[in-house]
Design a binder for this molecule. Sequence first.
Ligand code: ATP
Ligand code: MG
Length: 432
Amino acid sequence: MPAIQPLPNMDENLSSSPAFIDRGEVLLVDDSATSLAALSTALTQAGYVVREAPSGELALMTLKVRLPELVLLDVRMPAMDGFEICRRIKAEAGTRDIPVIFLSAQDETPDKVRGFRAGAVDFIGKNFAEEEMLARIDTHIELGRVKKVLEAERAALEDRVRERTEELRQDIAKRLAAEEENRSLERALWQARKMEAIGLLAGGIAHDFNHLLSLILGYAQFAQSALAGGRTEKLAGYLAEILKAGDEGQAVVAQLLAFSRADEAAGEAIDIGGAIAESVDFLLPAMGAGIRLDFAAAGPLPPLFIKPVQVRQVATNLILNARDAITTGGNIAVRLSMARSHPAQACVSCRKPFAGDHLVLSVEDDGHGIAPEILDRLFDPFFTTKDIGKGVGLGLPMVHGIVHSAGGHVTVESLPGVGSRFRIWLPAAGTV
Ligand SMILES: Nc1ncnc2c1ncn2[C@@H]1O[C@H](COP(=O)(O)OP(=O)(O)OP(=O)(O)O)[C@@H](O)[C@H]1O
Ligand SMILES: [Mg+2]
């Protein structure tokens, strides 16, 4: 039995050998010295680097030292046959990718089936023409190389996907952080607007009260000097002016209370449909030519614990706003029905989401609509788009105050040029 050949170029980089680069390195395993020598000569002459192993044990040992690109394996050997060697090569992670071709003396189908089952890629009969044998070896070495390249590319691709996924993850994290920053800026802006509105409100109240107080003080002084001068016939007129200014002051306070929540909605259960029908009847004469106002309730509706005057204030403000949005004729539909708010819906005024069954008062018009950029300012005190003397900007803040003190919310849908729909959502169950 010839000893195993020393491994060629053990300490060198094999890729520098032209033979290795051209044809590849083959491990030849055969117990027959004659056949080993013949095959080895043929392969070496064809340009392969050949390593020889006369037994299965030696073949497996040499595989531990360095991997060939292909194993040519004799089927019949005394101690360990080709099938067993092949099975062991395929069982090891480090060697399982090396293509194994069986060499057999006879061309027997059962052997081939066993061989392919053990993991072989091909069979070569020892009686094959040399060209065919070399062509098959070449093909399998080439296939093995292509497979390695593909695997390297797949690994590179996986690395790229991993890198890209990480980049995307970081992008998303950055975007989320930016969105959070935006949200906090929005909150700061909202807070600043609120402060501005409170400032305006305070300024407005001071102005109104100053005016009323100067009226009261002025007429009181007139009354005093009339009394001192004995002109008592003027006293009744001066007192009437003082009372008028006092009444106006009271009305301002009532308005303020309505949206400061100080005046909580409460009282006995009322028929809300009746209160709205009254407001609609009352407002019909104020509708102007070409404006159709109608009201319908889809029953049965639950009674609500809210003051009728407050329901009328809400309906009146919404209907008058709808009227002001219609220039040359149109329709205002006031509706009352039960509806369910879905959890994603938020109040346009307090921004809080709200869900569940509600009694909904809807006021819809086909007027000029609302520009999207002012939609979130509608409920700010003193926000108005109307001319001086036509609107103060206190209608919707009052609606906000009354509706929220009743535990309700407001939504607005509007399309410029098409119309608007304001909906008041009042909780149908529990105390409102
Ligand atoms: N139905 C609507 N269609 C179009 N715009 C509307 C409608 N309702 C309200 N608005 C807009 O909202 C603004 C604020 O309304 P709000 O009722 O608070 O004040 P106002 O009507 O201007 O004045 P006030 O009600 O104090 O007389 C209005 O100036 C208008 O621009
Ligand atoms: Mg108004």
